[in-house]
Design a binder for this molecule. Structure first.
Ligand SMILES: Cc1cc2nc3c(=O)[nH]c(=O)nc-3n(C[C@H](O)[C@H](O)[C@H](O)COP(=O)(O)OP(=O)(O)OC[C@H]3O[C@@H](n4cnc5c(N)ncnc54)[C@H](O)[C@@H]3O)c2cc1C
Length: 415
């Protein structure tokens, strides 16, 4: 999978691939917060075959150009998000990790979540997973986990002072987040998005369902702008997932050596310009949601029970929201006011909302716990961005919402 040394070198020279990580910025700020926001030194623009293609001009359907996105990401968003995601407010994510797949409950995949949380026979379960603070890779003999042992989520929480989140409802997503009995907290810093070994029919089935049933392939003459946007959001998310897999790849299992798999990154994303463009699109869409929610994010309470860290989170958030470079260079990353205008507007919105809810529900069918965690987090981030941008009652309506998990989700998108 990994290319030759010279090939790899040529692919790793040049600009850092930082913007990608922010790409999901709005899965929002949530994805942001994670350790997965490392800085792969892959050059998007000087790849030997991708035709040293430099992306230029306006990002399609957006109001900002490629060069500006690259610059803002490198100078403002990426560094800010790196700090933000480490604060307790952003690093804890409340999630229902149970596998309640509503579409094909009997395909034998859903029991896998239990494997990773310890219903495997003791002999099958890596010892390292029983040690609360273990972070390395356990031996590779976990029979009942789809993917590999590294697919299991580390549920260690490192702060006793942490207060916990109040949940909110979102018409764009499927989860009932008020069902506390089934929710669990995860420290995202301990569970970076990375290669897990999850692939094959189960993974393929999810992606097929996402695209074919809920979000038809683009380009298609029959797609209107709103449908095209849904497709691009999902494709951008898919690119982001593939890039994270490539960025933190298990290069040598016997040595537990992790690093960037440049070949995989190229094969899955960089060689397809539309996948790269869709990543930029998703990035700007999420960024617009963050900027639209500026007042809300500024006034929100960042309260995890750790005053010093919470103050820091608030201050970092303010620095990000009021960054003069950001305001000047890209004041309106995406113009949501153009959408849902035609006669079919309300009907179309309902349809797309339902499709996105289906995609959200599909995350419960992902047969690898860590992939499910990140899939849910990022879809939640996108769902939050959709809610911010397309709420019927306008953004003020969201003033009643408790920020806690909302911002976590945003962080994800922004990652
Ligand atoms: C929600 C979810 C989360 C996942 N998280 C992880 C993870 O954290 N770690 C991990 O190791 N694995 C993860 N996986 C599995 C991973 O996404 C791949 O499915 C797996 O690595 C197999 O890859 P593949 O080469 O078969 O292509 P896949 O990525 O499975 O793609 C399937 C098909 O979709 C199309 N496609 C691919 N990319 C795009 C795009 N950007 N836009 C439009 N179409 C596209 C192509 O036709 C491709 O053949 C996840 C899967 C899902 C469904």
């Amino acid at each position: 999978m990994v290319g030759s040394e010279s090939e790899k070198k040529s692919r790793t020279e040049g600009k850092p691939w930082r913007w990608i990580i922010i790409g999901a910025v709005i899965a929002l700020i949530v994805a942001l917060t994670t350790a997965s926001m490392t800085t792969p030194k892959i050059s998007l623009f000087r790849h030997p075959c991708s035709c040293s293609q430099k992306y230029s001009g306006m990002v399609e359907d957006c109001c900002c150009d490629y060069e500006t996105v690259d610059r803002l990401n490198e100078e403002v968003l990426y560094p800010s998000l790196q700090d933000l995601v480490k604060t307790p407010f952003f690093r804890y994510f409340k999630v229902k990790l149970g596998c309640d797949c509503p579409f094909w409950p009997d395909d034998g995949m859903c029991h896998l979540r239990d494997c990773s949380v310890c219903e495997c026979p003791e002999s099958e379960f890596p010892k390292s997973f029983r040690t609360p603070f273990h972070r390395g890779l356990p031996s590779d003999d976990l029979q009942c986990q789809e993917g590999k042992p590294q697919a299991a989520v580390d549920r260690t929480l490192d702060s006793k002072a942490f207060r916990g989140w109040t949940e909110i409802d979102n018409p764009w997503t499927n989860d009932d987040e008020t069902d506390n009995a089934e929710m669990t907290y995860v420290n995202l810093q301990l569970n970076p998005e990375q290669y897990t070994g999850y692939s094959g029919p189960s993974a393929r089935r999810i992606w097929d369902a996402v695209y074919s049933e809920n979000c038809p392939k683009y380009p298609s003459e029959e797609l209107c702008q709103e449908e095209r946007i849904l497709y691009k959001l999902i494709s951008g998310l898919h690119s982001s997932i593939s890039i994270h897999i490539a960025d933190r790849y298990l290069l040598d299992k016997s040595k537990n050596l992790w690093g960037c798999n440049a070949t995989l990154m190229y094969d899955r994303v960089l060689r397809y310009p539309d996948r790269v463009r869709n990543l930029y699109f998703t990035y700007l869409f999420v960024l617009r949601a963050v900027m639209k929610a500026q007042d809300y994010l500024e006034q929100a309470e960042y309260d995890t029970g750790n005053p010093t860290e919470d103050l820091k989170a608030h201050s970092l958030m303010r620095q990000l929201l009021y960054n003069p470079k950001l305001q000047a260079a890209c004041p309106l990353p995406f113009d949501e006011a153009k959408l849902w205008k035609g006669q079919r507007g309300p009907e179309l919105k309902q349809k797309i909302q339902e499709q996105f809810r289906n995609i959200s529900a599909l995350m419960d069918c992902v047969g690898c716990e860590k992939c499910r965690l990140w899939g849910k987090l990022q879809v939640l981030g996108l769902g939050t961005a959709l809610k911010i941008l397309f709420s019927d009652n306008g953004w003020d309506h969201l003033g009643q919402i408790n920020l806690s998990n909302l911002s976590t989700k945003w962080a994800l998108v922004l990652k």
